[in-house]
Design a protein around this ligand. Structure first.
Ligand code: LLP
Length: 456
């Protein structure tokens, strides 16, 4: 993944260390990692491991900071459901006035389950929408279809005609702007399957606007994910703004620009040195850093749009929920193969796929840290799945963690649980939402029975 950060991206203290004191003299016994007010050791006892733990306050703060960064421009934040689609998290965001970016009928169902009226703030993206999905979205009365090809346009027109409805559309244009990110999650180049080439958009808009049951309403774009530099966003908006001017010249009413998502987060830069924990909780930065960063992002997007009267739609996923989640796992075994050391833990690539799939880095920290610094060791953190690709970290320097003890894998709130599977017939982990002093189970751990339920 992209390790070079153009701007300092702060982490909220969703997960931070507290000193533990024992006995009459209140002697320090070391530190324990907590989420908001709750020690993770307590959550592991109560709910077991592997366990996804999210901080509600962090999600709220990040969403608020994001919305505030755009407050000078008419905008709607449409949280990208794919990043984390747990109903409780969607409900929390819907309660803050959020809209939603969905890419499947399933995601739309989730949003409608949480709040039927939120449909008015839903945008539907994706290159392969089916007729059934389009019809469900038309019936729900969503805000905007982001159409990705000419063929899709005609299928949508046909669905809308059948239901006697009008579909508001934007074409998702491919601006041919490179984004410095992992090749699997970069989308804005001509070689990618997404969108229509920006040079062909004008002709396609002309065809669409002549079609009954379709209403041209906007232009949409998304260049990739985990982008931490602002230039690609600004360059993209320059191109989109030029297109909007042309389209208006052609007589189209362009109300919306959907800027997509993609704002990256800092996956590295924490630390568990005892000295840094003592100095100020731990090395993690505050929410104000995120507010600054979101503000820079807003400027990169809004600068090129100056003078254009449009409503901006935003589809952030990772930037809102990523740093708000950790995966809690227990060390099952310590193991040496000659000089190579392994921590075998009870979470695996089915729980968190990002390291195996993208070679992604996630910071890993011990949940309990003794008072004195201990020499670090270099280990691979691996799961029980029968694949060498089943690792959560490779050649990682960690303080020694004993068998039976807990570690936390950080920044997994986005694309963690969402990418999980049942590979090796492993039941999916439970999810817990912490809010201040309370912790609520928001998805129970699957059972072996759940895994076989659909088989005949
Ligand atoms: N809008 C569209 C059209 C998208 O395709 C995506 C992400 C988003 C918004 C949200 O992007 P975000 O703000 O979260 O970067 N599984 C990968 C990420 C895949 C992103 C796919 N599209 C990962 O774990 O890094």
């Amino acid at each position: 993944m992209n390790r070079h950060l153009a701007t300092p991206v702060g982490r909220p203290p969703a997960f931070s260390y507290r000193e533990v004191r024992h006995g009459l003299l209140r002697r320090s016994a070391g530190f324990v990692l907590g989420c908001d007010e709750i020690p993770l050791t307590r959550l592991a006892e109560r709910f077991g491991t592997p366990l996804y733990v999210y901080s509600a306050s962090t999600i709220r703060e990040r969403m608020r900071a994001f919305q505030r960064a755009f407050r000078k421009a008419p905008h709607t934040v449409c949280y990208s459901v794919k990043a984390n689609s747990n109903l409780t998290i969607l409900r929390l965001l819907a309660g803050m006035g959020c809209g939603f970016d969905v890419v499947s009928g399933g995601e739309l169902e989730r949003v409608l389950r949480v709040d039927r009226r939120a449909a008015r703030r839903v945008v539907f993206s994706g290159v392969g929408k089916t007729r059934e999905e389009m019809q469900a979205a038309l019936r729900a009365g969503i805000l905007l279809f982001n159409v990705e090809s000419e063929s899709e346009l005609w299928v949508l027109a046909e669905c809308a005609a059948r239901l006697h409805k009008t579909a508001r559309i934007a074409l998702r244009v491919n601006p041919d702007v490179p984004a410095n990110t992992h090749p699997y999650i970069s989308t804005g180049l001509q070689k990618h399957k997404f969108g229509v080439p920006i040079g062909e958009a004008r002709a396609l808009y002309a065809k669409a606007s002549g079609t009954r049951h379709l209403k041209v309403a906007g232009v949409s774009v998304h260049i990739g994910s985990q982008i931490t530099e602002m230039e690609p966003f600004a360059a993209t908006m320059e191109r989109v703004a030029a297109l909007v001017r042309e389209l208006r010249h052609d007589g189209h009413e362009i109300e919306y620009i959907d800027a997509g998502g993609g704002l990256g987060i800092a996956y590295e830069g924490g630390g568990t040195e005892v000295s840094s924990i003592k100095a100020g909780g731990d090395a993690r930065l505050s929410i104000t850093d995120f507010a600054d960063y979101a503000f820079q992002y807003a400027q990169a997007l809004l600068g090129p749009l100056r003078g254009l009267k449009v409503r901006l739609l935003l589809e952030p996923g990772r930037a809102i929920v990523g740093p708000a989640g950790a995966l809690l796992t227990t060390v099952s075994y310590r193991k040496n193969n000659n000089s190579k050391k392994f921590l075998v833990v009870d979470a695996a690539m089915n729980d968190l796929l990002r390291p195996s799939l993208y070679g992604a880095f996630h910071e890993i920290v011990p949940v309990e840290v003794p008072r004195e610094d201990r020499a670090r060791e270099t280990v691979d953190v691996v799961g029980p799945i029968c694949e060498s690709g089943d690792f959560l970290a490779r050649d990682r320097e960690l303080p020694p963690v004993d068998e039976g003890k807990l570690i936390a894998i950080l920044d997994v709130g986005a694309y963690g649980m969402a990418l999980s599977s049942n590979y090796n017939s492993r039941p999916r982990a439970a999810e817990v939402l912490v809010d201040g002093k309370s912790a609520k189970l928001i998805r129970r751990r699957e059972t072996a029975g759940d895994l076989m339920r659909y088989e005949l």
